[in-house]
Write a protein that binds this ligand. Structure first.
Ligand code: FES
Length: 245
């Protein structure tokens, strides 16, 4: 059996707009969309460009739009789309470098602004040895640590589509990963970016980011939780004297 892949082809600067090109690939059980693309590259058209690395849903580099939905193509199977055709396009909301490869430079610039690393208070004495955590303390942030930077959430987010200055789901979820870590003392250092107009308040809680996430990170929950923290702190700042906040 075969299945048709309709694949977006585009060379910015050379082509005026993307065109869809059809290829017939074997419809094999356990073949992912990525296997179909690799078959095209190896046997039908070596000029097709796409990005991948691990083939096991870990590296986050194979995200594409499959029949309209953002998907990891190494974890999405051809048989789920039989009898086809299957439409494969680049992730939405990012500039296309070529064919199915997008430029995620915008995210790479935003990510360090939320300081996604453990920050310790330099004025407080550092304990000797390890910083031990209870299972409950680990559970607080573990879900948000599962992000693989695949950009499916940015591709699904209608806020980011309308306003690319939005810090965005993955970066905010990763900030929460560290804010909720018992070893971290840097929440105040992340506040400026996260509570800016481009931060948590820009999110309208559509929830498409969480629906698209292949790792169940639930960025929408991270953002709503941060909104609650920020709003509570703002009320405390208004009502309580400095020492009691
Ligand atoms: Fe690594 Fe798909 S190739 S997540």
């Amino acid at each position: 059996d075969q299945i048709t892949l309709e694949v977006a082809r585009y060379r910015p600067g050379l082509d005026t707009e993307p065109v869809m090109q059809s290829y017939q690939v074997p419809l094999r059980e356990h073949w992912a969309i990525l296997d179909g693309l690799t078959y095209i590259k190896d046997h039908l058209d070596g000029t097709l460009s796409f990005r991948w690395s691990c083939r096991m849903g870990i590296c986050g580099s194979c995200g594409m739009t499959v029949n309209g939905d953002p998907q990891l193509t190494c974890a999405t199977f051809l048989t789920d789309y039989a009898p086809g055709p299957v439409r494969v396009e680049p992730l939405r909301n990012f500039p296309v470098v070529r064919d199915l490869v997008v430029d995620i430079g915008d995210f790479m610039e935003k990510l360090p602004t939320v300081k996604p690393w453990i920050i310790r208070d330099v004025d407080s004495p550092v304990e000797e040895g390890e910083y031990l955590q209870t299972p409950e303390e680990l559970d607080e942030y573990k879900q948000f640590s599962m992000c693989i930077n695949c950009m499916l959430c940015y591709s699904a987010c209608p806020v980011y589509a309308l306003d690319p200055s939005f810090v965005g789901p993955a970066a905010i979820a990763l900030a929460q990963r560290y804010n909720l870590d018992s070893r971290d003392e840097g929440a105040a250092d992340r506040d400026d970016v996260l509570t800016s107009p481009e931060g948590i308040w820009a999110c309208t809680f559509v929830g498409e980011c969480s629906a698209a996430c292949p790792k169940d990170v639930d960025p929408a929950a991270a953002i709503q939780r941060y909104k609650l923290t920020a709003a509570t702190q703002a009320v405390k700042n208004l009502l309580l004297p400095r020492g009691a906040r």
